[in-house]
Design a protein around this ligand. Sequence first.
Ligand SMILES: [Zn+2]
Length: 305
Amino acid sequence: MSQLCYTLTDLWVNKLGASFATLGCVQICARRRVIIRAMFTYLDPGVRERLLAEDKLISIDRQGRRAPAADGTISILGPIPLPMTQDERRLSADWYACVRNTELARLETLAADLRAENAQASFAGLASSMAVNSVLVVGDCKRWTEPLVRVHSSCLTGDVFGSERCECGPQLASAMARIDDDEQGGLLIYMSGHEGRGIGLWAKAATYILQDAGENTYEANRSLGLPDDSRDFSDAAALLKYFAAGKPIRLLTNNPKKVNDLRALGIDEVTPIKHVVGVTDSNRRYLEAKQLWGHDLSKDDLGGS
Ligand SMILES: [Zn+2]
């Protein structure tokens, strides 16, 4: 296994330690030298070979079939057992990390260039720029006949900060609880590139300021010259084809467009299951805008949670 050694200040020790904790093991030794036992494809091809041999790194094509890594395919790393606690509920899932091989190849090329320039400290920035989607599998997929599924768009403010400007945080927690309670179980696909319905966190912050000046969530997107909803569900569809293996799915959503997009991408048998939770005075106006836009939300749904 390769080792990269740097002499770093406290700041860089902390920064790199945090950034690489998810990629490999970090040892801090005497004289502030950091030895990073780097791993993963762009840092250690030996580890990649081992993961491939153990079937813990695979690639799938757009039809969800195992395929050689190539442009347009998706690499999947896992299963990684993930014990979790949410709202005092303990549950466990198998986590799979998923990236487009096109993005991964670009990252590997950039990483090689940076290594040649002795600019290793930039790796952390590089790695965080790659969209890594997640699949959480609950239960035994071999027993599934119609798994319960949530395709959840990432929302830093709702999922992580607990913001009530939207209902994403409660929807995420409730989806995991419903899948865990379900007789068959199912899966949650967490789409990391879907922040702000696809416009990204920076633009989403701007729309919040516009909304506070009177615009609704869709009008604010249009004021920025951005689409109402630019989310791409093609990766989710490929992952569903692989993990659900062609079985019909029950989809936790109030959004008919999401159902239609998945059907258009070849997920033919989708039964939408209403998923209303987390309605508060802070997000009622936002949800009323979604209702007008086409979400399956009734007056009663918006009365409160
Ligand atoms: Zn949200």
